[in-house]
Ligand binder design. Structure first.
Ligand code: ADP
Ligand code: MG
Length: 337
């Protein structure tokens, strides 16, 4: 009886080793998956035993189902309509990080900015006629401290409070796809959704991934994409916010898609773009938007208060562009080149 057991155990062990060896021997390819999501383009590259595009699509759909303001059935849309919602884990993760960045930035980043984003013409509704009175009345609806989590329910202090995840959802989608790829055993991967990036390991040439820092020149069609610098990292979560793509002119006034929740107006200063690295891509995404609201000096102060983030800001001074870097920003030579 005992002998049988020993044989059985040995056979099982041999089978397991066989499976392991077979699995490691299976050829690994670099796959490339690209397309459109959340109104922007994505490019995902990874080394794997099999094509994982179905799982990638599923991740992107889950993020859309949690956070999209264009998907009428998303958690976010239903919360905005004051329907009772038991929020998904994805929504919970994003909401928690968003509230933490709101605290850190003194309310410069704030998901409750939605009514202003819409009224200024950057949301899902047509632009409203904006007057100082209208800005003031909408500003009264804004404030991240006026929404709370109770278990899995979002509770609002006022029914007209609405949420916008546009400054954090793309970053979160990068995290989610990268987590799925890692669970599937991938170590070499690059996930780029509309310029927010998670990268680790090596590319198909065996080199570190190269990430381009886009030049912040006016580019409403998003097709010029000239690079300011190219950066190489072993492992990074990075996001860039800028006001050079999504803006319009009202007379001589330039209206950009970053709204200062404290004033109610689109930001107007000489910070052209903010690139942030952090411990997750959703955090980098939210912090980059906060930087754009705060302006260079306060942005660097905020980033230096964290123990994970770094930033590279590009500031327009007369006709020149100047870099402003936080303490932990590493790639200095590449910027000077
Ligand atoms: P991009 O879309 O270029 O990556 P952002 O990450 O900065 O840029 O996101 C901009 C979007 O975030 C806006 O279109 C709007 O939906 C939303 N938004 C604007 N201002 C704020 C703010 N102060 N806090 C949070 N979200 C904002
Ligand atoms: Mg952002």
């Amino acid at each position: 009886m005992n002998r049988h057991r020993t044989w059985l155990a040995l056979t099982m062990a041999a089978l397991c080793v066989g499976l392991l060896v077979w699995n490691n021997d299976r050829p690994q390819h670099y796959y490339h998956h690209s397309g459109e999501v959340f109104g922007t383009l994505y490019n995902i590259r990874y080394q794997a035993h099999a094509n994982l595009s179905d799982s990638i699509q599923q991740c992107l759909k889950q993020v859309d189902d949690a956070l999209s303001m264009f998907n009428q059935n998303s958690d976010l849309s239903r919360i905005n309509r004051n329907e009772p919602v038991t929020v998904s884990t994805d929504f919970l993760r994003v909401f928690t990080e968003a509230q933490s960045v709101s605290d850190l930035s003194g309310g410069a980043f704030d998901m409750t900015v939605a009514p202003l984003v819409n009224a200024w013409g950057f949301g899902f509704e047509n632009k409203a006629q904006m007057t100082a009175e209208r800005v003031d009345s909408l500003r009264a609806l804004i404030g991240y401290r006026r929404i709370h989590l109770q278990g899995r329910q979002i509770v609002k202090d006022h029914p007209a409070i609405r949420l916008d995840a546009g400054a954090i959802a793309k970053g979160f989608a990068c995290d989610k796809v990268a987590e799925m790829l890692r669970r599937q055993g991938c170590t070499n991967l690059l996930v780029d959704i509309g310029g927010e990036v998670v990268a680790s390991g090596k590319n198909s040439k065996g080199e570190l991934w190269t990430i381009g820092l886009t030049k912040p020149i006016d580019d409403p069609t998003g097709t010029r994409q000239e690079l300011q610098a190219t950066l190489r990292y072993d492992s990074v979560c990075m996001a860039t916010s800028g006001n050079y793509r999504n803006f319009y002119y009202e007379g001589t006034e330039r209206r950009s898609h970053t709204i200062d929740p404290r004033t109610g107006y689109p930001v107007q200063h000489n910070l052209l773009s903010a690139t942030v690295t952090a411990s997750s891509c959703m955090r980098a995404d939210a912090l980059a938007t906060a930087c754009m609201v705060l302006g260079a000096e306060e942005a660097v102060r905020m980033i230096d208060q964290t123990d994970d983030a770094a930033c590279c800001l590009i500031v327009g001074e007369n006709d020149k562009q100047v870099f402003v870097l936080s303490k932990r920003w590493t790639h200095i030579e590449e910027l000077i080149k």
